[in-house]
Design a protein around this ligand. Sequence first.
Ligand SMILES: NC(=O)c1ccc[n+]([C@@H]2O[C@H](COP(=O)([O-])OP(=O)(O)OC[C@H]3O[C@@H](n4cnc5c(N)ncnc54)[C@H](O)[C@@H]3O)[C@@H](O)[C@H]2O)c1
Length: 353
Amino acid sequence: MIKHIHIVYAVVNFVFSLKAFPITFAFQNFKKMSEKVLVIGSCGQLGTELVESLRNIYGEANVVASDIRKSNHEVFQTGPFEELDILDKNRFTEILQKYQPTQVYHLAALLSATAEAKPKLGWTLNMDGLFNVLDAAVDFKIGRVYWPSSIAVFGPNTPVDNTPQNCVMDPNTIYGISKLAGERYCEYYFQKRGVDVRSLRYPGLIGHKSDPGGGTTDYAVSIYHDALTTGKHNCFLGDHTMLPMLYMPDALKATLDIMHAPAEKIKIRSSYNLAGMSFNPKQITESIQKYIPGFVTEYNPDHRQAIADSWPNSIDDSEARKDWGWQPAYDLDAMTKDMLSNLAPRYSKNLSL
Ligand SMILES: NC(=O)c1ccc[n+]([C@@H]2O[C@H](COP(=O)([O-])OP(=O)(O)OC[C@H]3O[C@@H](n4cnc5c(N)ncnc54)[C@H](O)[C@@H]3O)[C@@H](O)[C@H]2O)c1
């Protein structure tokens, strides 16, 4: 009798486990479809690609792209787009009331080189924009906020190799100072106002789908375009300027991973160190030469050299690995191969990759 009960129990369990799978799957999909995501500063280098990834996850209608300017990129034709200057609180409120987002990705910023040229605007946009978003998260009970920081938070007295999560941070650029202040504000709003804000200190981002927006690491994007067009790159940094970098697919993965991680896994509420690879202009040139042997780089450092010199060579991202399982996929050669194979058709080039 007891044996029979066990058999019936096992059969019932098996049948329910088969049924539970589609129910769980459907529930997860329903949960994703019930999210409403707002991306601020969506037409830049990161936003263009992030909007595409978010629309694949949450559905096109559930991801609202916004920016102070319009973009012709095809991704912005696939779902809602709103013109928004994040410094215009009334317009921001209108958009929040209209869409009632459950998640906000705040990407609008003036990057390092541009902020040095326009320091007041750099400070105002980078700080007031963030305040507006954090205050809105409190007032509109926004579930999760993402705000990127940068390796620019480090400065000349920071240890340059394998830079730890916590160390001397004395940024000497407007961009770096605003990012460090922003990190402190994020942690403050988490602790004092209960905002679930998450952040990554991106290294230089490299991608082929969108143009960079005025950073000190931009050369590592234009070098691939030059390799496929003129065969010659005029580098604004010296040949041995080592900097931490991250390929865009890895940056997108890290961003989505930290935003999808359970809240209790996010132990750092200022911003996580994040690393992919480190290289200098000479090494990326050599990596490209493996596929385009005649390619040359000339070195003519300009004002951006001083900014690069104040930043680390490499980053220790062990906290991100430990807390929410961060793991990059691309090294320099893998990125070069992928960049060239994606860009070659644009310039009608046939490379054996
Ligand atoms: N690209 C990198 O290498 C890098 C590295 C570290 C951190 N970050 C950070 O990632 C975020 C995104 O960077 P990105 O490379 O996409 O920058 P980007 O300059 O390419 O894009 C920024 C976008 O913000 C928009 N914007 C400017 N002022 C605005 C305003 N007042 N209101 C609304 N939108 C406005 C711009 O039109 C632009 O489309 C920024 O916070 C940046 O500091 C980027």
